[in-house]
Design a protein around this ligand. Structure first.
Ligand code: F6R
Length: 259
């Protein structure tokens, strides 16, 4: 696992956006795995800016998002489809039909999860998977005790995750209880994985992910099994790492400027 510690959140977001831009320059037909949440907003802003400057095109790429809330139709203002349209898709040049999310309002969410997994396989699996990190160690909505071999399926959200995501809803009671999420096995099949975690609230989970035992109790620790995983942290999220000196010796300030 490559651990890049950047001086602040802005530079960490620059670093991740730069990795996506570099991947698309090298392989324009990349299948991107995308995430939602507060952490990704700055990454998407940077991708939009890079697109406007002519530095990146998504015209030949496809995307599959990690997850979607069960029960929310795509046009619901709190759905992840809506988030993605607003924060990225409507502002760059993906081809029509090239962006995919699970359908939150599918009549049979279990069947929808299986369809989504099959669509990812049919696309040749994810080329570059972008991930955020839950304070409880989740990736996607693979909550603690998720099978480390899991595929896309319906998961029940923990109270902690629902409380963390309540800030996006007018009333905390409206946060859905279930989500369709790619599994950890789905994520591990990606060619390359890039995880971004920012702030002191992620420091404990980041330490468990990088230095803790491989355990379903911290789903993100499964990335220790991935051959090409990069974790990008700001100083605050890196604050509890035991081997921090080592990571900083290998990649001072998170490595060279990306764009
Ligand atoms: C979102 C997702 C989640 C978030 C994580 C961090 O699609 O899959 O795993 O990445 O909950 O969320 P933020 O960035 O809001 O702290």
């Amino acid at each position: 696992m490559k651990v890049l510690i950047c001086p602040d959140a802005a530079r960490a977001s620059d670093r991740v956006a730069g990795m996506i831009v570099a991947r698309l320059a090298r392989a324009p037909r990349t299948v991107l795995g995308l995430a939602t949440g507060g952490t990704m907003e700055a990454v998407y802003e940077r991708l939009i800016a890079a697109h406007r400057e002519g530095l990146v095109s998504f015209a030949h790429a496809q995307s599959f998002n990690l997850d979607e809330y069960v029960g929310l139709p795509p046009d619901h203002p709190r759905s992840y489809r809506h988030y993605m349209q607003e924060h990225l898709f409507d502002r760059v040049d993906f081809a029509a039909g090239a962006t995919h999310l699970p359908l939150g309002d599918a009549v049979d969410p279990g069947a929808e999860a299986a369809r989504y997994e099959a669509a990812i396989v049919a696309a040749g699996d994810i080329g570059l998977q972008l991930l955020g990190l839950g304070a409880n160690g989740h990736i996607g909505f693979n909550e603690p005790t998720s099978s480390l071999a899991s595929l896309t399926r319906v998961k029940t959200l923990t109270r902690q995750t629902r409380a963390a995501n309540a800030r996006f809803f007018p009333d905390p009671a409206q946060v859905p209880r279930f989500a369709i999420t790619m599994g950890i096995g789905t994520i591990l099949r990606a060619d390359e994985v890039v995880l971004l975690a920012l702030g002191a609230g992620k420091a404990e989970a980041a330490t468990r992910m990088i230095e803790g035992p491989l355990s379903a109790a911290c789903p993100a620790s499964a990335l220790q099994f991935h051959r090409h995983a990069t974790v990008v942290l700001d100083e605050a999220a890196a604050a509890r790492l035991t081997l921090r000196d080592y990571y900083e010796d290998v990649h001072p300030e998170g490595g060279p400027a990306p764009i």
